[in-house]
Design a protein around this ligand. Structure first.
Ligand code: ATR
Length: 275
């Protein structure tokens, strides 16, 4: 397997480590290389990459959208989101996928199998690209509604409209979310607030959290964000950003290789690497 990652910059990426471990676990021989290119040379770089004979590659910032004109086709999630993080070489050419949302949903469902059911009251914080992927995957997985709170509520409304008009989810501002927090069984933080070096910031206070709620943060640097520290103090069950990161990589690996790796087996080692 000839695999890799396209982005700018990619030097600090954890993807090579993850995919090399997955290759070991699944007895797949191959390489995972970093392909770094600046925006000015992106188009010509990608056309040259087509001649490299890659079996597949990941795409990261800032190219998740600009890669699309270079692809033959998109799967459903990539088409709906207008963003690609995984490309597979097929007989027809390069096909784009998006495993971010499904990676999130798989990892939270694996950890808390009974908590994301049809009646669950779910609150998502944020309305950017990551939020769109997660929202779409949650609704696809059979969850009935997900309320969305955002600093700019109009963007939360736009996210809900873009997805499924049959779903009766509600858009809120962050203050309303804080005040109404006791209604929710699952709270998902999808913005970059709290990411290093701003590790003391939390998007909202969890003072009014429902006892026993699940709280998830997609930020994985630091591994335990100020938001999750607050959640822990309220007695919540925690779901960490690095779990999603690992699961979306496993999903990409499945697409490329047809194997079925176990993300849990890598989790301890991955956590020590992040600390
Ligand atoms: P990504 O694609 O990584 O999700 P993005 O599209 O830039 O990033 O989205 C950023 C999200 O983080 C948005 O929901 C943004 O809120 P706005 O829509 O109001 O801009 C949210 N965000 C970023 N910084 C924030 C902050 N300091 N406080 C609250 N929300 C913030």
């Amino acid at each position: 397997m000839k695999l890799g990652l396209v982005g700018y910059p990619v030097g600090h990426s954890l993807s090579p480590w993850i995919h090399e471990r997955l290759m070991e676990q699944q007895n797949v021989s191959g390489t995972y290389e970093l392909f770094e290119t600046s925006p000015e040379s992106f188009d010509s770089y990608i056309e040259t990459l087509k001649k490299e004979g890659l079996d597949g590659f990941n795409v990261t910032v800032p190219y998740k959208e600009t890669i699309i004109p270079h692809l033959t086709d998109l799967d459903d999630s990539a088409r709906v989101l207008g963003a690609v993080n995984t490309v597979k070489q097929t007989e027809r050419g390069w096909i784009g996928y998006n495993t971010d949302g499904i990676g999130f949903v798989d990892s939270i469902k694996n950890r808390f199998p009974e908590r994301l059911h049809n009646e669950a009251q779910i609150l998502m914080l944020g309305s950017g690209g990551a939020a769109r992927g997660i929202y779409h995957a949650l609704i696809q997985s059979g969850v009935a509604r997900v309320d969305v709170a955002n600093r700019t509520p109009a963007k939360a409304e736009a996210l809900l409209e873009m997805n499924d008009t049959m779903v009766k989810s509600k858009a809120l501002d962050l203050q309303e979310a804080e005040e109404d927090l006791a209604r929710y069984d699952v709270v998902i933080q999808t913005t970059s607030v709290g990411m290093s070096p701003n590790h003391n910031q939390a998007i909202i206070s969890l003072k009014r959290l429902k006892p026993g709620a699940v709280v998830s943060d997609i930020v994985y640097r630091p591994m335990e964000t100020a938001f999750l520290i607050d959640a822990k103090a309220q007695g919540a069950s925690l779901h960490y950003g690095h779990e999603m990161l690992l699961q979306q990589a496993v999903y990409a690996f499945k697409i490329w290789t047809g194997t079925n790796p176990d993300a849990f087996k890598l989790l301890d080692e991955f956590e020590s690497k992040l600390k």
